[in-house]
Ligand binder design. Structure first.
Ligand code: SAM
Length: 222
């Protein structure tokens, strides 16, 4: 699985992708991540990629031309590839989408900045526009990290064999069950003497009852 991230802030990703399971997945060639500096596709020597909005209004808008060139350059011919644009006006990102993306050969992500992106990117270049929630961020870089991480953990081998079995078992048509988890100690005593206990059933060793409790307490993530 190959990810391409198109951004004007490539350095934002450096530390994030050099840690933990994402680093391991890259080192083991389970995923490939390529960060593309959009300024390298600028039409001028100053690396401008934004312009004033037609019709007036505040701020700047990311231009269509550099994004067109970047996508054309990075898109793999003859592969199962998708281009997504991040925008708060996009389709809600869900676990179902993550599963869909995990089956691709290549996912190209366009990170917006400023007051947004020339609408022609949405209508002519992107296959889908995606929102990661009903709030407005400064840029599309955090959405790109969220999508990359949620898709990567579905790529076989990325989260380890046990976890994979676990995921397979739980990812059913209806979605994924996420339930409360506990670890040691059985009883945690606060500084005020309050005792916070682990639910009895989880200590019982009775697998059927544990499963039942998890189903009851769980939430379906779609
Ligand atoms: N009005 C602009 C729009 O509709 O895209 C908002 C621009 S926002 C300040 C700058 C960029 O951050 C957006 O172009 C988008 O790439 C990203 N962004 C902000 N909030 C987002 C969200 N909830 N989901 C996905 N991307 C978001």
């Amino acid at each position: 699985m190959r990810f391409e991230i198109i951004t004007i802030f490539p350095d934002i990703f450096k530390s994030y992708f050099s840690e933990s399971l994402i680093k391991k997945a890259k080192d083991n060639d389970l995923i490939e991540i390529n960060i593309h500096d959009l300024r390298e596709y600028s039409e001028n020597k100053w690396g401008d990629v934004d312009g004033k909005p037609y019709g007036g209004g505040r701020g700047m808008v990311m231009k269509v031309e550099p994004i067109y060139k970047a996508v054309k350059d990075v898109r793999l011919e003859g592969k199962n590839s998708k281009v997504i644009l991040f925008t708060p006006r996009g389709t809600d990102y869900t676990q179902k989408k993550a599963t869909e993306y995990s089956k691709l050969d290549q996912l190209i992500m366009i990170c917006g900045r400023y007051e947004g992106v020339d609408e022609r990117v949405k209508t002519h270049i992107a296959d889908e526009s995606i929102s990661i929630g009903d709030y407005v961020l400064i840029g599309g870089e955090i959405p790109a990290m969220a999508v990359l991480e949620s898709v990567s953990r579905l790529v076989p081998g990325v989260v380890g064999i046990d976890n994979e079995g676990f995921l397979e078992e739980r990812v059913r048509d209806k979605g994924m069950i996420e339930y409360p988890q506990y670890s040691r100690p059985e009883v945690f005593t606060t500084d005020d003497g309050e005792k916070w206990s682990v639910p009895e059933v989880l200590l019982s060793g009775h697998h059927k009852n544990i499963e039942k409790w998890r189903e009851e307490k769980g939430e379906i993530i779609k």
